[in-house]
Design a binder for this molecule. Structure first.
Ligand SMILES: [Zn+2]
Length: 131
């Protein structure tokens, strides 16, 4: 279960149901599992002041940290207006993921044919910012 792609995608899709996306209509859900196998969910939360909205990934990662989780073992994100569409984490969220992951941490998303795709965060953000 710890890094089961189908379970993570299903949890992300469950969180997506609660997205607050009245402006874009693009609802995103995310599920993170930490090293201990604990799962955390998040959805996007838009705001009338657009830049104040937050991504589903940021929401889920924040919940992991606030709950005592330390490291991301795997993460899934799904999004779409009505049905799930191909959707990948935005640039900012790739950096957010990498803060609590390593280059090999798997990121699951939905591909163009509705299939679950597995990437590594290193593939998605090969030249990340580091202090
Ligand atoms: Zn994002």
């Amino acid at each position: 279960m710890k890094e089961d792609p189908e379970a993570l995608v299903a949890a992300a899709n469950e969180a997506r149901r609660f997205a607050h996306a009245p402006y874009s209509g693009f609802r995103v859900g995310c599920a993170v599992v930490d090293e201990g196998g604990n799962m955390y969910r998040g959805c996007n939360v838009e705001n009338a002041a657009y830049p104040e909205g937050i991504c589903a990934e940021a929401n889920a990662i924040g919940t992991m940290i606030a709950s005592g989780g330390k490291r991301i073992a795997a993460i899934a994100a799904v999004g779409g207006r009505d049905e799930i569409e191909p959707c990948s984490p935005c640039g900012g969220c790739r950096q957010r993921i990498l803060e609590f992951a390593d280059q090999h941490t798997r990121v699951f998303m939905i591909g163009p044919d509705g299939e679950i795709q597995a990437h590594t965060i290193g593939d998605l953000l090969p030249t990340s910012f580091r202090l």
